[in-house]
Design a protein around this ligand. Sequence first.
Ligand code: PEP
Ligand code: MN
Length: 472
Amino acid sequence: PQCFWCPARRLGRVTEVFRTPLPGSSVAGPATDPDLDLWRNLPIAQQPTWSEHADYSASIAELGSRPPLVFAGEVDILRARLAAAAQGKAFLLQGGDCAETFDGATADKISARVRTILQMAVVLTYGSSMPVIKMGRMAGQFAKPRSSNDETRDGVTLPAFRGEIVNGFDFTPESRAHDPKRMVTAYNTSAATLNLIRAFTQGGFADLRSVHSWNQGFMANPAHSAYEQLAGEIDSAIRFMDACGADFEALKRTEFFASHEALLLDYERALTRTDSRTGLPYDTSGHFLWIGERTRQLDHAHVDFLSRVRNPIGVKLGPNTSVEDTLALIEKLDPTREPGRLTFITRMGAKNIREKLPNLVEKVTDSGAQVLWVTDPMHGNTVTSQNGYKTRNFDDVMDEVRGFFEVHDELGTFPGGLHVEMTGDDVAECLGGADPIREEDFDNLYESVCDPRLNHRQSLEMAFLVSAALKK
Ligand code: PEP
Ligand code: MN
């Protein structure tokens, strides 16, 4: 009989250990399941015209050979968290740029954004007395749907800007040309962003006590005196926990998930991998992916492709969404009615939400599906300012949030989350707020390359207002 400790035997055991896949890791290279390519035979909206480009195949192959950005095990954890939210036991906070940019992936901007989301989350946790799931529109939010394929300026027509994963923002023929190599830059930028997010949220930056102390800066502004009482209550709650000997070690770290609109299917397909544990395909470009209002056609490519990956999926629903389409989306994307699988992100507009949302929610509830309902109070409230900027009024945004809560209150369903375009920086893109942004601020402080975002102060103000509403 072979000696257990003989070197050959030991070596065998070691190789075996290294061959055992890590939990939640994925098989190298893109998943090979042929169903993942059925979308290629379907109509598809909002895609670049680059399939004949000399760099197309090499870019796709390069993405396919890179490591996953997120792991299947993390995606499963998120699905469980979203299931709790769908059951009324957690609240989702999802925020970030309308369109991330490559140059915008700096340590300062990423930390300011993560910081603002953590600050908002503390305030919301207190108001809701529930865990808040923190999620960035970050580390992959590079592709944008557009209302027109072209843009004309002073008689010159060029392709529209489709997000930096496709072309550049500058209005020149070189910059606006569709370039598939940009997908690789988007992957690299996402990897760097995620690396920093992971470091910040696991390395002590997320300590509940410091996050709360950052809110003191917001409170120091006299314009925010209306929120003093709530801030004071949070302060006492944290001091009380501290005095009781709460485990603040555990509160130094937090989960933080990455999400983006899965618009560019070339990119999403190349990053889809087979999970080594379950053999199922996961889109490893982000934890949570959503389908936009312009690409949610039932028999089109986006719904087909996303129906075949295991990630939790969101769908944006605008004011003209029919009950029929909504129920058919559930049937396609969540046929087994698994809580956490499907999130509906409604973006009706403040004027429409009280009229349009109730019927959808009622019919979905009647169908027996347990979806998570989230409000996006941004996209139905976009207007153009007198001086020509795309903007949103803080009051309209808050009115849609209030409408969302009212509708769910009345129906006895759970208003499960908030999806916002925001930044941690001191920009001027949305009008109003307690320390108001005015149109004349736009010329100096408008930075967004796509839709207007709430700035740092407006984001926190929203968190305080929602928190106060949740507490009632
Ligand atoms: C967005 O989230 O930036 C967006 C384009 O949203 P929607 O699909 O709801 O218009
Ligand atoms: Mn947007």
